[in-house]
Design a binder for this molecule. Sequence first.
Ligand code: TPP
Length: 213
Amino acid sequence: MAIQQVDPGMVPYQILDTEGKLVGKMPDLSAERLLALYRYMQLGRAFSNKIIALQRQGRATTFGSLVGQEATAVGLAAPMQPQDWLATSYRELASLMVKGMPLATLVYSFRGFTAENFPPEIHCLPIQVVIGTQMLHAVGLAMAAKISGDPVVAVGVCGDGATSEGDFNEALNFAGVFQASSSMVTISSLFMTSCSRPLNARVQARDRPWWRR
Ligand SMILES: Cc1ncc(C[n+]2csc(CCOP(=O)(O)OP(=O)(O)O)c2C)c(N)n1
């Protein structure tokens, strides 16, 4: 079972099973678009491996690998419009690339510099290392857009460890209460520093074939 259904009235949206087989309706995307998205996945992986290599040589700072999460990173950013805002953690490099982040700017970030040279027009917040806080930033942007009447969606992305943070829960609650046009993406790697799965979330870890082994 790929998705755990917590509310019997809610039908999860699923396209692939955990083995990568098509179980839902194929999205209406052209071959060119699919290839372009796949290229972003490859670019994200190559970039991630390059920064890891630089880090091992002492030439890059703290870095979390994208490997294994390329499709999620690309897929969440692919439908976003230029005016939409993206607030990510340190791991979603390929999402930033899809939004138009120049590679040189990303390298600069992992050389230990802050995001002062992020291009403002691509609507990406600085990479967030403080776990879970970017979800609040996304909801804040969505609220600002709502007040201004701008047709903007703000997307916040975090790992499953971040769901233990108060910030994550506050963000979801605020977005729900004030109907902020935001989308919250949680990527489950089943790893959280110093914290086992059952201590982090009361959901079963049966959705990953490699986890069962
Ligand atoms: C508020 C806060 N607490 C602790 C940390 C230390 N820390 C860095 S990465 C990490 C694990 C985060 O796990 P998860 O949210 O699942 O993201 P992943 O790295 O697995 O993508 C922690 C606890 C931090 N950066 N910020």
